[in-house]
Design a protein around this ligand. Structure first.
Ligand SMILES: NC(=O)c1ccc[n+]([C@@H]2O[C@H](COP(=O)([O-])OP(=O)(O)OC[C@H]3O[C@@H](n4cnc5c(N)ncnc54)[C@H](OP(=O)(O)O)[C@@H]3O)[C@@H](O)[C@H]2O)c1
Length: 210
């Protein structure tokens, strides 16, 4: 049975998935790239094949589609720029149909490497049904940002989350946990601390019979 998963989603110790304000110059706001440094470090020549590398490599394994929010796809106001094609260049790292939730949808954008961006203004459940149809036997990734992950979790649509909790305090930004009180009752939660200080959290939705 294909799953709906979040993977390699980075949060600060205080639960922020991005800083503020987000802009063309600062996609993650005042967080800069700090939330993602742990993963970049695993790509450097000679980097240890350790805990961070093992989790990092799972980023794109087993997915047939992604759903992301409008603020992941571009900086505030990208909808006013007909030439905006996302942050990732002509060959984005998704390699699947990728559904961008926005209240201002546009025509699909076919990129290189198998990524096609489709723009949807619909409910999370309907967007998921469309993505699952496209993904076939593979899983659907909820790619972020925090608002989109939170919305899908709150709607009961996510089976598993892998979160990388980075040892820094942002103090402000987009919060993952807001409104998700008592989430531990719905998910079995495990954690592993990498030598880098990153805590890898694994949240698996409890089955109704467990
Ligand atoms: N920490 C990580 O690992 C990670 C991963 C991915 C992204 N990010 C970062 O997270 C930040 C973005 O996160 P965010 O929480 O601000 O926003 P987001 O989740 O990317 O996008 C939220 C926006 O998506 C649109 N949207 C959401 N649901 C919708 C629906 N059902 N129908 C229509 N539109 C819908 C709305 O935009 P409109 O009303 O404007 O259309 C909404 O304001 C960026 O800085 C990004 O780089 C971080």
């Amino acid at each position: 049975m294909p799953l709906v998963r979040v993977t390699n989603f980075a949060i600060s110790l205080d639960g922020y998935g991005a800083g503020e304000p987000q802009s063309l110059e600062a996609p993650f706001g005042h967080a800069g790239m700090k939330l993602h440094e742990w993963r970049f470090a695993t790509w450097r020549p000679g980097a240890p094949n350790g805990v961070d590398a093992l989790f990092g490599r799972q980023y794109d394994v087993g997915f047939g589609a992604e759903i992301m929010g409008a603020n992941k796809f571009g900086p505030p106001g990208w909808q006013d720029d007909p030439d905006w094609r996302g942050w990732w260049g002509e060959d984005p790292p998704f390699h699947t149909p990728t559904y961008v939730l926005t209240h201002r949808p546009r025509e699909p954008l076919e990129m290189e490497g198998g990524t096609t961006f489709h723009f949807l203004s619909t409910s999370p459940a309907d967007a998921l049904a469309i993505a699952q149809e496209a993904a076939g036997d593979l899983d659907v990734r909820i790619g972020g940002g925090a608002t989109t992950v939170r919305t899908f979790v709150a709607a009961g649509l996510v089976d598993h989350l892998h979160l990388a909790m980075v040892p820094l305090v942002l103090g402000r930004g987009t919060l993952l946990w807001e409104g998700l009180e008592g989430l531990e009752e719905q998910f079995h939660i495990e954690s592993v601390v990498a030598p880098s200080g990153v805590v890898h959290l694994s949240l698996t939705r409890r089955s109704p019979d467990a």
